[in-house]
Design a protein around this ligand. Structure first.
Ligand code: B12
Length: 285
C-alpha cells in the first residue's frame, strides 16, 4: 500500500476528477496533510476511511492505491481465502495485507473477513501442520502476519466517539490465541465501541478487576483453549456476576466453547462467529 497519495492518485483510484478531490480535501471531507512545499497529500488511512464510509464512491483502480495485481477482483470474501492462505504460508505479508484491504474497501464487514478468510485460512494451515505438510514456523509466521495486518486495519477504522460505550475483550488465562481476540477487538471497534483490549492469557480474576474499574457495557471472552472445564465453568459464572453487577453483558465465543462446555455455562450468552457478534453487539444509543 502507498502511504501518502497525491490528489491525482486518489482521483484515479476512485474515478473522479483531481479538482473534485482537491475540493473535498479543502472542505474537510477527505483528511489531508500538507507537504513542506504546501501540496495536499492524503494518508492511506484517510483514503481507506473515505472509500469505506463515504457513501456511493467505490474503488475503480486499486493499483492507484498500491493494491495491485491478482487480488484485484475479489468481490466475494470466500474467493480470497485460498489466496490469503497461500500468502500466509509463503510469509508474504504484502499480499496478505493487500487482500484484507481490498476486501475492506469493498465494504466487507470485518467480522465476515475474519470468519470467511482469516479463520478459514488458519484452520487449513492448522490441518496442514497436523498432517506434517506445513512447518511450525509457517504457522507462527502466519499469526504474526495476521496481527501486523490487523494493526494496520485498526488505524484505518474511523475514530470512535469520545462518549461511546466501553467494551472489553480478552482470552482467559492459559489461552495464548491472539488472532481471534484481535479480530473481536476490530469487530467491536468497527461497531463503534470504545474498546479496552486486554489481549491474551488474562486470568479471569484480573479481568474481573478490570471490569470493576472500567464498568464496560460489554465484555467479550474469546476462548480457544481450556485447561479444566469444571473450573472454567465456575470462574465464568463468577465473572458473569461481576460483569452484570457492573451493568454489563458477558458474551463468550471461540473454538473451545462448543458442546460439553456450553452445558456448564447455562445462562451465559455464546456467539459462534464474528458475524453473529457484529449483529449482537450494536452500540446502545
Ligand atoms: C495459530 C495456532 C496456534 C498458535 C497461536 C499463536 C497466537 N499468537 O495466537 C500457538 C503456537 C500458540 C498454538 C499452540 C498450540 N496449538 Co494451536 N493452532 C493454531 C491454529 C493454526 C490457528 C488458530 C487461530 O488463530 N485461528 C484464527 C481464528 C480467527 O479462528 P478461530 O480460532 O477459529 O476463531 C473463530 C471463531 O472461533 C470465532 N471466535 C473466536 N473467538 C471468539 C470470541 C467471541 C466473543 C466470538 C463471538 C467469536 C469468537 O470467531 C473466529 C472467526 O470465525 C489452529 C488451527 C485451527 N483449526 O484453528 C491450531 C490448533 C487449535 N492448535 C492445536 C494444537 C494441537 C496446539 C498445541 C497443543 C500444539 C503443541 N503441541 O504445542 C498448542 C496448545 C496451546 C494451548 N495452550 O492451548 C490443534 C488443536 C487440536 C484440538 N483438537 O484441540 C489445532 C486445531 C491445529 C490442528 N489442526 O491440529 N496454536
Amino acid at each position: 500500500l502507498k502511504q501518502l497519495l497525491s490528489p491525482r492518485q486518489f482521483a484515479q483510484a476512485i474515478g473522479v476528477s483531481e479538482s473534485s478531490i482537491k475540493r473535498w480535501c479543502d472542505q474537510g471531507r477527505v483528511e489531508t496533510v500538507r507537504t513542506a512545499g504546501g501540496h495536499r497529500r492524503i494518508p492511506i488511512s484517510a483514503a481507506l476511511k473515505f472509500l469505506r464510509h463515504a457513501g456511493e464512491r467505490s474503488l475503480v483502480d486499486p493499483e492507484a492505491l498500491g493494491i495491485s495485481g491478482h487480488v484485484q477482483h475479489l468481490n466475494r470474501a470466500l474467493d480470497a481465502e485460498p489466496l490469503f492462505r497461500e500468502a500466509l504460508l509463503a510469509g508474504d505479508e504484502t499480499t496478505a495485507r493487500q487482500i484484507v484491504f481490498e476486501l475492506y474497501v469493498r465494504r466487507h464487514p470485518i467480522g465476515k473477513i475474519g470468519d470467511e478468510v482469516v479463520a478459514a485460512a488458519m484452520r487449513e494451515i492448522g490441518d496442514l501442520w497436523e498432517c506434517g505438510t506445513a512447518e511450525v514456523y509457517q504457522e507462527r509466521l502466519a499469526c504474526e502476519i495476521c496481527l501486523n495486518v490487523f494493526r494496520d486495519v485498526r488505524t484505518a477504522l474511523p475514530a470512535v466517539d469520545e462518549d461511546a460505550p466501553v467494551a472489553m475483550c480478552a482470552t482467559p488465562g492459559g489461552d495464548p490465541y491472539e488472532v481471534a481476540v484481535t479480530l473481536v477487538e476490530l469487530v467491536l471497534r468497527e461497531s463503534g465501541w470504545n474498546v479496552i483490549a486486554l489481549g491474551s492469557d488474562v486470568s479471569l480474576d484480573a479481568l474481573a478487576a478490570a471490569v470493576q474499574h472500567h464498568e464496560p457495557q460489554l465484555v467479550c471472552l474469546s476462548v480457544s483453549a481450556i485447561d479444566d472445564e469444571a473450573d472454567f465453568g465456575r470462574s465464568v459464572g463468577d465473572l458473569r456476576a461481576v460483569v452484570e453487577g457492573a451493568g454489563g453483558t458477558l458474551i463468550l465465543g471461540g473454538r473451545a466453547i462448543p458442546s460439553a462446555i456450553r452445558r456448564r455455562l447455562r445462562g451465559v450468552e455464546v456467539c459462534d462467529t464474528l458475524g453473529q457478534l457484529a449483529s449482537r453487539a450494536i452500540v446502545p444509543v
